[in-house]
Design a protein around this ligand. Structure first.
Ligand code: ADP
Ligand code: MG
Length: 404
């Protein structure tokens, strides 16, 4: 079965259309530091506005724990959306309360309202099916149909993603359709050589994808926080770097399987080790098998891949025809530890083929480092969702839209 698309909803003129977006942007002191996810939601929103729909935008932002928390208000996002749409956008101070109901009732055809953070309500992410169902029923009162377009959350069985899509006539928006198109190209007959670059901090999350990708790719390059679990698995000391002891056996299994399958597992040969976790921490480049040899000894923390590794990763990437990259190579938020990520991003822009960047922080990193979206084949708005897709998992937020 294929995904239900917007046209299956019929005429939307005058209809109240709830759009589940992923507007979970990074914020610093109330300022949006990367508005990529807001921009990515524009095609669907513009299509609905042009169709004369009354558009009710909902999203989560951060992890506010089921209660209102001003630091996670969607208000700055509503403002940014208004600037990008070049049209007024109303904002409701609650999600399913009086403010939301009034704001929706006063919408004109082609008008837009953003309702407050879904996760201010415990039902959104409740484990209990009934609690999610009850919250979805409240949401459903705000609309006649649902357009699901929050690609970053389709791997989550949450009220606005799953139960709401069962309660109302529902279809996928243009962003989800575009994301799936690219992921299909990564899974069905990708052009070779096919390289996958993995980094970031959620080590165990990302290890899962390796077993699924091993039979499908030619090369796997490992940087970021997870590289230390690989180095440790090879018998090297990693000082105080990020390490998942309980994954060592799994990682040893991957190393063996890669060798058996003839998949090239490219691990760092040098790393940048810092005295502590901080922007101004003293740091040194050392060989990957000598991490404890710096003056910081056992308290050193590996915060980036080294220059030799970055250069080699860059070569492997440029020689590939298909590249998927998820997870920064180091703590790019600190300029002193952003070089590895920058070199890898630069190489992706030079790929003669399909280059895909996936993951919220990875997308933020390439923009923060001065690259523009059109230098890459595709920048995905969903890290976890695209990884789970590549792992071959069933994604509840897509299944409920007819995808199988
Ligand atoms: P994405 O959102 O792209 O999927 P992740 O959320 O998995 O990526 O990881 C992003 C984070 O990983 C960044 O905040 C970065 O600082 C962190 N990171 C990268 N390398 C390291 C490292 N060596 N040690 C600790 N954190 C790291
Ligand atoms: Mg992240």
């Amino acid at each position: 079965m294929t995904l239900r698309t917007l046209d299956t909803l019929g005429s939307l003129e005058g209809k109240r259309v709830i759009v589940r977006c992923d507007l979970n942007v990074p914020l610093r002191d109330g300022i949006i530091t990367d508005d990529g996810r807001v921009r990515a939601s524009l095609p669907t929103l513009n299509a609905l506005i042009n169709a004369g729909a009354r558009v009710v935008v909902c999203s989560h932002l951060g992890r506010p724990d089921g209660a209102p928390d001003p630091q996670y208000s969607l208000e700055p996002v509503a403002q940014r959306l208004s600037e990008l749409l070049g049209a007024p956008v109303a904002f409701a101070r609650d999600t399913v309360g009086e403010s939301a109901k009034e704001a929706v009732a006063s919408l004109d055809d082609g008008g837009v309202v953003v309702i407050e953070n879904l996760r201010f309500n415990p039902g959104e992410t409740a484990k209990d099916d009934a609690a999610r169902g009850a919250f979805a029923a409240e949401l459903a009162k705000l609309g006649d149909v649902l357009v699901s377009d929050g690609f970053g959350v389709v791997h989550r069985k949450q009220a606005s993603v799953y139960e709401l899509a069962e309660l109302l006539p529902s279809a996928a928006g243009l962003l989800i359709a575009a994301e799936l198109d690219v992921l299909d190209r990564l899974t069905e007959n990708p052009e070779r050589p096919y390289a996958v670059v993995l980094g970031g901090s959620k080590v165990s999350d990302k290890l899962g994808v390796i077993s699924h990708l091993l039979p499908r790719v030619d090369k796997i390059l490992v940087g970021g926080g997870m590289l230390f679990t690989f180095l440790k698995a090879q018998g090297h000391a990693v000082a105080s770097s990020l390490l998942e002891e309980d994954q060592l056996e799994t990682v040893r299994g991957y190393i063996a399987e890669a060798a058996e399958r003839g998949v090239e597992l490219v691990l760092p040969t040098d790393v940048v080790v810092a005295a502590s976790f901080g922007a101004d921490a003293a740091h040194e480049v050392v060989a990957a098998d000598a991490i404890e040899s710096t003056p910081f000894g056992a308290s050193g923390i590996g915060l980036d891949i080294g220059p030799e590794t970055a250069a080699h990763f860059g070569e492997v990437i440029r020689e590939s025809k298909t590249v998927f990259w998820n997870g920064p190579m180091g703590v790019f938020e600190f300029p002193a530890f952003a070089a590895g990520t920058k070199t890898v991003a630069q190489a992706l822009t030079e790929v003669d083929g399909l280059s895909v960047v996936g993951g919220g922080d990875s997308a933020a990193a390439v923009r923060q480092l001065g690259f523009s979206d059109d230098q890459f084949g595709h920048i995905s708005t969903g890290g976890g969702a695209s990884l789970e897709f590549l792992e071959g998992k069933k994604l509840p937020g897509l299944e409920v839209l007819g995808w199988a």
